[in-house]
Design a binder for this molecule. Structure first.
Ligand code: A3P
Length: 346
């Protein structure tokens, strides 16, 4: 009798055990498939990728970034490229400018998104006649390896101010997304000057003070021939672009806010690019020594931008600053009106 009861108990335990193991296995499989079924990257429709999104969850893309990094360094063999189904894709979005607006910070921060792959170097394909003459395949070959579901982004700030560029980009892709990052025009002009000044100093060359360049000594008016001033007249440049692209294809990033409060600016860009929100506060931390936000990819890898980003500007005569701000004011108003983004510059 006792023996029979023990056998019955053993059998019951066995059934319960199998049930528990079965449920566990089911749960593991379910979680895996749920991950794959997550809405991944709505931009896919426009990206025209051959595979279904379900095959490439963002988490998997995140995981594979390390691999891409290796390949970017030029360590990928042809077999590896084939094996991992890697491609070099033309950009789906370009940061066209503005020089000293925070273009590098924007590119690096967007690269935190698992569906974004950056072209590290400025390619200068559309603004440089010699490069443009090499053809679109040359340009594509300059792009980093990526998975078909990712989007490639490049930045070349000279594009914004170069006459021929809008038409050339339009010919490549008339529905491309265009990002413009702007800063308060006078600050941007001084930042531009500071960069050129540093180059001159490095070569032991003498250079004029900002005030002398920005203000015409004969008329005492703002010198519109000075490139740093002209670049800051954003509306003039944008108007040329609007001959080719509708305003809906542009997104204006507030470069001043990207410095102090990067996350909301990046979230607006994610929306514009139709990417699911994946950049979080975890990815951005303020570095008091640098005085800027730096990037955190994971617990191991983080980085700040190079020292050439965030230079100390020379002091500029306040009356010159006032004059410049007054000069830029009407152009700024027009820029707000055209873009629908008011930036409250003085
Ligand atoms: P300054 O050097 O005048 O401070 P670009 O990359 O287009 O050349 O822009 C450079 C500007 O990016 C810098 O201008 C800096 O202010 C700004 N910037 C924005 N976010 C930054 C960040 N997280 N780290 C360093 N610089 C940043």
């Amino acid at each position: 009798m006792l023996f029979k009861q023990q056998a019955w108990l053993r059998q019951k335990l066995l059934v319960l055990g199998s049930l528990a193991v079965g449920s566990l296995l089911y749960l593991v499989a379910r979680v895996g498939s749920l991950d794959r079924l997550q809405p991944i990257c709505p931009i896919e429709g426009r990206l025209g990728g051959a595979r279904s999104q379900a095959e490439f969850p963002l988490r998997a893309l995140q995981f594979k970034r390390g691999l891409l990094h290796e390949f970017r360094k030029g360590n990928a063999s042809k077999d590896q490229v084939r094996l991992h189904d890697l491609v070099q894709q033309l950009p789906k979005a370009i940061i066209i400018g503005v020089r000293k607006g925070g273009t590098r910070a924007l590119l690096e921060m967007l690269n935190l998104h698992p569906a974004v792959v950056k072209a590290s170097q400025e390619i200068h394909f559309f603004d440089n006649d010699a490069n443009y003459g090499k053809g679109i395949e040359w340009y594509r070959k300059k792009m980093p390896f990526s998975y078909p579901q990712q989007i490639t982004i490049e930045k070349s700030p000279a594009y914004f101010i170069t006459e021929e560029v809008p038409e050339r980009i339009y010919k490549m892709n008339s529905s491309i997304k265009l990002l413009i990052i702007v800063r308060e025009p006078t600050t941007r002009a001084i930042s531009d000057y500071t960069q050129v000044l540093e180059g001159k100093e490095r070569k032991n060359k003498t250079y004029y003070k900002f005030e002398k360049l920005a203000i015409d000594p004969n008329t005492c008016e703002v010198n519109t021939k000075y490139k740093a001033v002209r670049t800051s007249i954003y509306t003039k440049h944008l108007e040329r672009w609007l001959k080719y692209f509708p305003i809906e294809q542009f997104h204006v990033v507030d470069g001043d806010r990207l410095i102090t409060e990067p996350l909301p600016e990046l979230q607006l860009v994610e929306k514009f690019l139709n990417l699911p929100p994946r950049i979080s506060q975890y990815n951005l931390y303020f570095n008091a020594t640098r005085g800027f936000y730096c990037l955190r990819f994971n617990i191991i890898f983080n980085k700040c931008l190079a020292g050439s980003k965030g230079r100390i500007h020379p002091e500029v005569d306040p009356s010159v600053i006032t004059k410049l701000r007054k000069f830029f004011h009407p152009f700024n108003q027009k820029f707000y009106q055209i873009t629908g983004r008011t930036l409250n510059w003085p």
